[in-house]
Design a protein around this ligand. Structure first.
Ligand SMILES: O=C(O)CCC(=O)C(=O)O
Ligand SMILES: [Fe+2]
Length: 205
């Protein structure tokens, strides 16, 4: 586990560099926006986003996806959601031509997302993923993938990041090849938590 630096105040322009790579790696900014804005974003999205429950095939069973989701194109953002304002504040820190936003709602500690990397064919090469966390804080695990050339090698431990209300996480495109991430279930968390994930989708061919 990698320790988070102790001296992180309100907004500190220099992030915690969680992982380094040639494309900016994985960086974490706690409290990147004013608490008043962050509280409003959470309440408005909880009430008004088009939350959907999905089911998916897992081997021979159909299972509930253990969280609610919503997705929007940046050129078609609904007026009653605060996403355009959020995007402007995100882009002030992570300048990238984000064109898609995906929301996840973890209703309580029983909701989760399994370890995965974001699908590379749905991401423009070289562009980061920007993830805003709202509501209850939940732990993200970031784990180096196995080296296919050395499958017997000991596996490095997962890095744990406590994703706090109003934090911003940048993950490089390159980090999706080297690491996987997930939000495990957690006992004793009764409050909802949301992530708002801005991505750059490749232009349709
Ligand atoms: O909710 C999170 O922090 C992670 C979400 C995620 O990994 C995804 O939407 O691909
Ligand atoms: Fe992901």
């Amino acid at each position: 586990m990698s320790a988070r630096p102790a001296a992180m105040g309100l907004f500190d322009a220099s992030p915690w560099q969680v992982i380094d790579d040639a494309e900016g790696g994985v960086r974490y900014w706690p409290g990147f926006a004013a608490l008043r804005d962050v509280d409003q974003w959470f309440a408005a999205l909880l009430a008004n986003a088009g939350w959907e429950a999905h089911r998916r095939q897992m081997y021979d069973r159909v299972v509930d996806v253990p969280r609610l989701t919503a997705t929007y194109r940046v050129d078609q953002l609904p007026d009653d959601l605060p996403l355009a304002g959020m995007l402007a504040q995100v882009q002030a820190i992570i300048p990238a031509p984000f064109n898609s936003v995906g929301l996840n709602l973890y209703r309580d500690g029983r909701d989760s997302v399994a370890m995965h990397n974001d699908k590379l064919h749905h991401l423009a090469p070289g562009q980061p993923i920007a993830l805003v966390s709202l509501g209850a804080s939940r732990r993200m695990l970031l784990r180096p993938k196995r080296d296919p050339r050395d499958p017997g090698a000991a596996r490095a431990n997962a890095i744990r990041i406590e994703l706090e209300h109003g934090s911003l996480l940048a993950m490089s495109h390159a980090s999706q090849r080297t690491h996987e991430h997930g939000i495990p279930k957690t006992a004793g968390c009764a409050e909802p938590r949301m992530s708002v994930v801005f991505r750059v989708r490749p232009a349709p061919r």
